[in-house]
Design a protein around this ligand. Structure first.
Ligand code: SAH
Length: 349
């Protein structure tokens, strides 16, 4: 059975489902989900992420975390990643920080990953570092932590609501003409959206899992360390940002679930709101952050060893990560640190 047929049967039996339930099934269904069944990254896959574009991304984030660690006096710390994909970012972080005295022996590696297929890929990449895998952020060690999450929050399921005169109507996934289709539910109160004063007809998204993920990370960071979340989105996203990508091209989100990546823009305000007892930085565009961390000098040093097509690809990758017309502006970063600690380099208040 394919996942579309399984979801149609479920909706016919129990009624329409929320967009969040649909996303959960499409991405993480135990046998038919997108992440559960494949390694989706790179040219042969469906999409490419910053660490897969250039090693310099992970090098900059690694040195940024190591400097935050040194600034707080060092000491044993969990080095953790949420949704590590192929393990490339963590491998780049560990390679770049080898020259930081004491860092390699101070850290223990912790990976939060839901997909068995991707855990196997991560094991191949990172086995030398003896990582521990966890199902959830709640299982991470409770002491000081250095944490990174790139394009993890955008995979967390969102609910969508449309403003009506009397309240909000939830966008649901139903069955029409034997195919999955969107519909609107009845008017319901949604107190969590009361701070959104928007005109009738406006669609607003809410990620129910995000506040919990951000708080669980913040509670650990409050005991020492730092966390960096990088993702695409805005301080407060508005409108329908549910997006499906297959073979590097957008496809309708209800088309053949389980065979395309599904994401939504991240609401960075929701991360900042969940930060206490830790402290959140301002939201910084990815291009600005990487420039401040010295990515151009690093890219130039690497360029000296390259020529021809390899040099062209390297220059294009650098531009892709940093240029405002590419990933530089749409992708943003936010850091969490203990109250009273300095923000990691590259971030400001
Ligand atoms: N950070 C990587 C991969 C991003 S894709 C990179 O930048 O290349 C999203 C990752 O999060 C995948 O590894 C996916 O399997 C994982 N993931 C998605 N939802 C998850 C969840 N609820 N719990 C744990 N891991 C999840």
């Amino acid at each position: 059975m394919n996942l579309a047929d399984a979801l149609i049967a479920r909706i016919e039996a129990t009624g329409p489902m929320t967009v969040a339930d649909y996303m959960t099934e499409a991405l993480l269904h135990p046998t038919l989900g997108y992440y559960t069944t494949r390694d989706p990254f790179g040219a042969a896959g469906d999409f490419t992420t910053a660490p897969e574009i250039s090693q310099t991304f992970g090098e900059m984030l690694g040195l940024c975390l190591a400097l935050a660690w040194l600034g707080q006096g060092g000491g044993p710390v969990a080095l953790a990643e949420l949704g590590p994909g192929r393990g490339t970012l963590m491998a780049d972080i560990l390679r770049a920080t080898r020259s930081v005295p004491g860092f390699a022996t101070a850290v223990s590696i912790h990976l939060v990953e839901a997909s068995p297929t991707l855990r196997a890929v991560q094991a191949d990449t990172l086995n030398a570092y003896d990582p521990t895998w966890h199902d959830s952020v709640d299982d991470l060690p409770e002491g000081p932590i250095l944490l990174v999450a790139n394009e993890f929050l955008d995979a967390l399921p969102i609910r969508q609501f449309v403003r009506a005169a009397a309240g909000w109507r939830e966008r649901l996934v139903t069955v029409r003409d034997n195919a999955l289709a969107f519909a609107l539910g009845p008017v319901v109160p949604v107190p969590e959206l009361d701070h959104h004063d928007v005109p009738e007809g406006t669609l607003v998204e809410r990620c129910p899992a995000l506040p919990h993920v951000a708080s669980a990370v913040a509670e650990r960071v409050a005991r020492g360390g730092a966390a960096i979340f990088v993702d695409y989105g805005h301080w407060r996203s508005r409108g329908d940002t549910l997006q499906a990508l297959r073979d590097h091209a957008p496809v309708p989100p209800l088309d053949a679930p389980g065979t395309a990546d599904l994401t939504a823009h991240v609401d960075f305000e929701a991360v900042a709101r969940a930060a206490p007892p830790a402290r959140a930085s301002a939201v910084t565009p990815q291009g600005v952050l990487l420039e401040r961390l010295g990515i151009t000098a690093r890219a130039q040093a690497l360029a000296r060893k390259l020529e021809g097509a390899a040099l062209d690809a390297h220059v294009a990758a650098h531009r892709r990560l940093t240029h405002p017309a590419e990933m530089g502006d749409l992708f943003k970063a936010i850091a969490l640190v203990p109250t009273g600690a300095a923000l990691p380099p590259g971030f400001d208040e």
